[in-house]
Write a protein of this length. Sequence first.
Length: 365
Amino acid sequence: MKITAVTTFVNRMPLLITGDAPMVGGQARTAMETLLVRIDTDAGVTGWGEGFGHRVWPATRTALDRMVAPLCIGRDPTAIAALMYDLARSVHGAGRNGPLMYALSAIDIALWDIAGKIANRPLYQLLGGSPRTDLPAYASLLRYGKTSAMEPRINEALERGYKLIKIHEIEPDIIRAARRAVGANIPLMVDCNCPWTVAQAVAICRELRDLKLEWIEEPVWPPEDHAGLARVRAEGGITVAGGENTGSANEFHRLFERGALDVAQPSITKVGGVSEMQKVFALGEAHGVRVVPHSAYFGPGLLASIHVSAAQSREVWIERFYCDFAETPFGEAINPKNGRIAIPQGPGLGVDPDPALLKKFMVEA
């Protein structure tokens, strides 16, 4: 079997918005982008992957189309480890993180989708199987910047059956309001998106200790300040999470050796796909670090995260960006029900995108 084509697609899906538009990257968002990759083979088996695309999809798409895809043509898609090794070595001069790694992540996910389809088994079964049919999902609210806009979304998520809530806020008063809204018994996580110096992060963590947060996520700029994260973890009094911007299992290993994280959050569309995500889970197990993947996506990235998580010995929480769409190419497979998300049972990732919706939401570029 040989790879005959690697094709990229960008979907822009309008959000269903009630009240204030949420913020992503400091800007109000009315739609979400997904960068998809399709790998075709001479045997007629097709695999779908996803590279990190939010706001930066032009860079990732360029890396895929111009640097990575040509190196895949003619290669055996079933020899995943060998192909991914060769790709990584061939393009490493352009960087070991960022768009090139996002591109490699997309290819790896698609290769594993092909592997599952060849075996006619869902991906999680190839990775070790699972006794579960679904996993707990947490509502990962976008940033609103004010209590009056955030509280209705929290109440709505609780009404929908979510039993785990994360907010993307940085103001202590808003975070306190979130704790009041969810109550004392619902796990509450806070994702800060790297806003503070180490000293500021320590001070704010101490201020918020009484809220009994499940974790505080990415409290320090820059995100690769391992020593700073370790200091926040040692002095702040709140469980520290991070890793969505970490580009390889090797870098996670350094984070673990430095004692920088309580909770590791590899992003499958950034870290190197299914292959590298499995390594991070193994490293977390060896170092006593809990792994809860970052999966704020709406396609193969989310589906692949579910499969890898399902194959772990312990139940893993799944992040679901808390936003609604009228329709998406992946349908109900990406939507939790009563706070849990189903593990897809079809071959490979379990769901291919609906061609009509793929075309409807396609961004021409």
